[in-house]
Write a protein that binds this ligand. Sequence first.
Ligand code: ATP
Length: 297
Amino acid sequence: MTILARAVEAGRRYGDVLALDRVSLDIRAGELVGLLGPNGAGKSTLINLFVGLRRPSSGTVELLGGSPTDPARRRAIGMTPQETGLPESLRVGEIVDFVSAHFPDPVERGELLARFGLEDLARRQVGGLSGGQRRRLAVALAFAGRPRLVFLDEPTTGLDVEARRTLWDGIRSFQQEGGTVLVTSHYLEEIEALAERVVVIGHGRVLADDTVAAVRDFVGVRKVSLTAADLPELPGVLGSEHRDGRIELLTTDPDRLVVELVRSGAPFSGLEIRPTTLEEAFLALTATSGQKETAHA
Ligand SMILES: Nc1ncnc2c1ncn2[C@@H]1O[C@H](COP(=O)(O)OP(=O)(O)OP(=O)(O)O)[C@@H](O)[C@H]1O
């Protein structure tokens, strides 16, 4: 399958900060790839390397088989950065026309706006849009030039549930028509809802690159929840949380945890064991990576 973007052992340093550490990644035509990681993991840096806004300090990055800084290649991609400043006094339709004029075969204005639920706002000045509407417009603009590959950096930040779903539909329909997308998100249900493949990044490194289901299996974390006044320290607990009067414990070995719990003699009730969400899997992954780092230090 055609590789549209490729990073090979790519590293990026900002002074003393190693934002990306030997990242290798291929994005193939037709894929919708979710890039998941906590604040400061290196997601935006990786996108900036792919779109040619930054150069790698080491390793190589290719876009459409060549340099990401080549204007012809950049014209074939779309991008929505985390923050966008759109001119307040222009109307939505005017902005779409302005952006579309940069491309040889743009999407028709009405079609583009309809795809992202903005069809009734064409005559509205950007200054009068809500935050969510602005965000949807910024995302829609990434698709204006019929790109082969789109990079979306946290596209649904600040959107309510309905607006988020409209945006997901727009992104999905682009992929169903053959488009390719790399999307970063803090909303883990978003990656689950959108992407077949998830790349987990933490501390500038790729921690996992697989299907959402496989990442969960790979981590194998289970959640043990129970009601108890207090608990002693138990072995194999990766994390714990108090929620709605219950205690939730994350572990890769729930059987042993339950044995130890009973042995401790601490009174408890309402024991439940269940698989984790992607978010919990992800937290466990990044925690494991941090432990490895410490062990090597
Ligand atoms: N221009 C810069 N100058 C100095 N350090 C930077 C710069 N850009 C990013 N960094 C640092 O590089 C690391 C990775 O940042 P990056 O923005 O790529 O992470 P991210 O995963 O996109 O985070 P977030 O989810 O918060 O947007 C962080 O430690 C950040 O502080």
